[in-house]
Design a binder for this molecule. Structure first.
Ligand code: ZN
Length: 263
């Protein structure tokens, strides 16, 4: 469902909302100051947006969700399956932000961990028993490399999570309505229920592919929420790499554990 607070629109998971000690959101492109083609709530400078605009985006998100701009950790996303695990307090996120990885897992409170997307699938993870959170960036390459399973394996091996306790939220991404892929991509996946042939083209359902991977590794269906939005169909609300023509902004998808008792 889409929410609006202080001019920022964002999608929110009904499953994660039921947990009182976390903040999370799949932010939209609405509510910032960046100009086209980055309009307007852009969190990424890689395609040439001004530093001040991105700083502004971080500041308003931090104000709304309760984290300092220096407590938001995003990483160098490379369409791989490496996982950055953090089990010690982080004084300064800027050093860690250079890490090349596509997932972050942590048991640290007051550390907002995020991935930036424009069509790729953002996935938030929470183990409310062991108090561990995670965030995953899964485009077709990361999905083919089972990045979400690697992230969950890290939760299990390094933090003692039970997969049956893990809650997951799949955020807005390009849908099977718009995600036409070529033969080379299809070869990576083989025959699968998340690939359909339509008018002589292959359509890939990335959300469903990641949903299946999570079920296969032991998550319970009732513990996974999926936001229906297609970023390409709704590029009025979300950045879309395909629809916007490759030079575009990136939206923030984040999760954070608050100190117990604090809002
Ligand atoms: Zn679509």
């Amino acid at each position: 469902m889409l929410k609006q607070t202080d001019g920022i629109q964002y999608a929110s998971s009904s499953i994660l909302e039921s947990v009182d000690f976390i903040s999370h959101g799949f932010l939209s492109r609405i509510g910032g100051i960046s100009k086209p083609p980055f309009a307007s709530l852009n969190f990424d400078m890689r395609d040439g947006d001004a530093v001040e605009n991105v700083k502004h985006s971080k500041a308003i998100a931090g104000r709304l969700f309760g984290f300092g701009a220096s407590r938001l950790l995003t990483i160098n996303q490379v369409h791989g399956s490496d996982v950055l695990a953090i089990d010690k307090p982080v004084k300064d996120v800027s050093g860690l932000s250079k890490t090349s990885a596509d997932a972050i897992i942590t048991n640290q409170v007051s550390l907002a961990i995020g991935v930036l997307t424009a069509d790729c699938v953002p996935i938030l993870l929470l183990d409310p028993v062991k108090n561990v959170v995670g965030v995953v960036h899964a485009g077709w390459r990361g999905t083919a490399k089972t990045v979400v399973q690697k992230a969950i394996e890290t939760m299990v091996k390094q933090f003692g999570s039970d997969t049956k306790a893990i809650l997951s939220a799949i955020g807005p991404s390009i849908g099977p309505c718009c995600y036409k892929v070529d033969e080379a991509v299809i070869k990576e996946f083989g025959v699968a229920e998340f690939i359909k042939k339509q008018d002589n083209a292959w359509m890939l359902d990335l959300k469903k592919a990641n949903f299946s991977q999570m079920l296969n590794i032991g998550l319970l269906e009732k513990n996974i929420s999926i936001e229906d939005f297609c970023t390409s169909c709704r590029n009025d609300i979300f950045f879309s790499y395909r629809k916007d023509g490759k030079v575009t902004g990136r939206q923030l998808n984040f999760i954070m554990m608050r100190e117990k008792g604090k809002r």
